[in-house]
Write a protein that binds this ligand. Structure first.
Ligand code: SAH
Length: 241
């Protein structure tokens, strides 16, 4: 009798051990890697992003490290997610779309406006030499810095400040990506774009489109592309009349 109950106890101990081991697998990189591969195959490649380097970067960046703990299980879903302070981490497809539109080269110096979670910065950091990113909410800048360090990115510099002003000390930039929506194209950013450079920016208020701006020796061209919904780019400096 005693032996029987001891045996059943040790059996249930074994069962518990197996359950705990399964729970541990849930949090290993292996499992998240499978989620990322699925994300790339079903959400990104299945649409119109086919740049091999961009797809590779999307397979590598641990998106779950850039979202709050309680929403980690949804990190690889096909949608934006809340990151606190009323802000969001963009949908994976939109991150991939904008990154592809930038036509990045490894030697590039890139400016991002709207660091948010730091996820887009990490995707850029996989592909170029150096990323500068500006976030207007100091707490978000700090948590993005932490997430980027935890994920091992050393080539991203995050600054708390107003992105409308750009980062003149580091200009010109080969590429600029804006991940909050200004009502119109911020001219200071066009000025800080190198000749031969590309800027990708969601423009508009209730209706927004991703605009691809190319700067050539002959001037600046704008191409309107897909409709999107980003949080607004706030604190536009007032112009004097
Ligand atoms: N790229 C982000 C998405 C960020 S959402 C990511 O991958 O998670 C947009 C971010 O832009 C928000 O964090 C918001 O605080 C920031 N933002 C809004 N207006 C800004 C401005 N004028 N300058 C810099 N950041 C701004």
């Amino acid at each position: 009798m005693i032996i029987d109950s001891l045996r059943s106890l040790s059996l249930s101990g074994l069962t518990l051990g197996v359950v705990l081991a399964c729970a541990a697998i849930e949090t290993t990189g292996q499992d998240f890697q499978a989620m990322r591969d699925r994300m790339v195959d079903t959400q990104i490649r299945a649409r119109d992003v086919n740049d091999a380097a961009v797809l590779q970067a999307m397979r590598r960046v641990p998106r779950h490290l850039f979202v709050p703990d309680d929403i980690r299980p949804y990190a690889y879903d096909d949608r934006p997610l809340p990151i606190g302070r009323g802000q969001t981490i963009s949908q994976p497809y939109i991150v991939a779309y904008m990154t592809q539109a930038l036509q990045l080269q490894p030697s590039h110096k890139v400016l991002e406006i709207g660091t948010g979670s730091g996820y887009q910065s990490a995707v850029l950091a996989e592909l170029v030499k150096h990323v500068y990113s500006i976030e207007i909410v100091p707490d978000l800048a700090e948590s993005a810095r932490r997430a980027l360090a935890q994920a091992g990115y050393r080539n991203v510099e995050v600054r708390a400040g107003n992105g409308y002003l750009g980062w003149p000390e580091r200009a010109p930039f080969d590429r600029i990506v804006v991940t909050a929506a200004p009502p119109e194209i911020p001219q200071a950013l066009v000025t800080q774009l190198a000749v031969g450079g590309i800027m990708v920016v969601p423009v508009g208020t209730s209706y927004q489109e991703i605009v691809i701006i190319t700067k050539t020796p002959a001037g600046v061209t704008e191409k309107r592309t897909i409709a999107v919904r980003f949080v607004p780019m706030v604190s536009k400096p007032s112009t004097r009349d």
